[in-house]
Write a protein that binds this ligand. Structure first.
Ligand code: ZN
Length: 147
């Protein structure tokens, strides 16, 4: 676990709001192949919340996760600073963002607060840094050796 204390603390009301937004976004999931419907809600620094759902494709590799859909929607609206994300799925335990989504999100918000939940109300929270330690980021590209 990280010792950083500047992880955004999600209040109780905001926590519920984010989970509700993620659950609502999940209703739009297009998951005819896996049947695993996921919803995400991303809280931007502006206070706006962007929902996302997973969108599968017959060419499986063309599928995209709910977390990235939410982030892409926000970025397309000009947002680049994020505080927290809720992710909800119908799974025995709260789901967990895949590696691609962790990498995608760390580009914008390494200390993003993650709230992971299932439909039965089980949830857990943590920092993205805990989920993706030693993440690859732009600092590596700035190094002399990378030129
Ligand atoms: Zn993913």
């Amino acid at each position: 676990m990280t010792e950083e204390t500047n992880i955004y603390r999600v209040g109780e009301v905001e926590h519920r709001r984010l989970l509700a937004a993620a659950a609502e976004a999940r209703q739009k999931a297009y998951a005819p192949y896996s049947g695993y419907q996921v919803g995400a809600a991303l809280l931007a620094k502006s206070g706006r919340i962007y929902g996302g759902c997973n969108v599968e494709n017959a060419s499986y590799g063309a599928s995209i996760c709910a977390e990235r859909v939410a982030a892409v929607r926000a970025i397309a609206e000009g947002e680049t600073e994020f505080l927290a994300m809720a992710v909800i799925a119908d799974s025995p335990e709260p789901g967990s963002p895949c590696g691609i989504c962790r990498q995608f999100l760390v580009e914008f918000a390494p200390q993003l607060t993650l709230i992971l939940a299932n439909l039965e109300g089980k949830s857990r929270s943590g920092s993205l840094e805990d989920y993706l330690p030693y993440a690859f980021n732009k600092d590596y590209l700035d190094a002399e050796g990378a030129k």
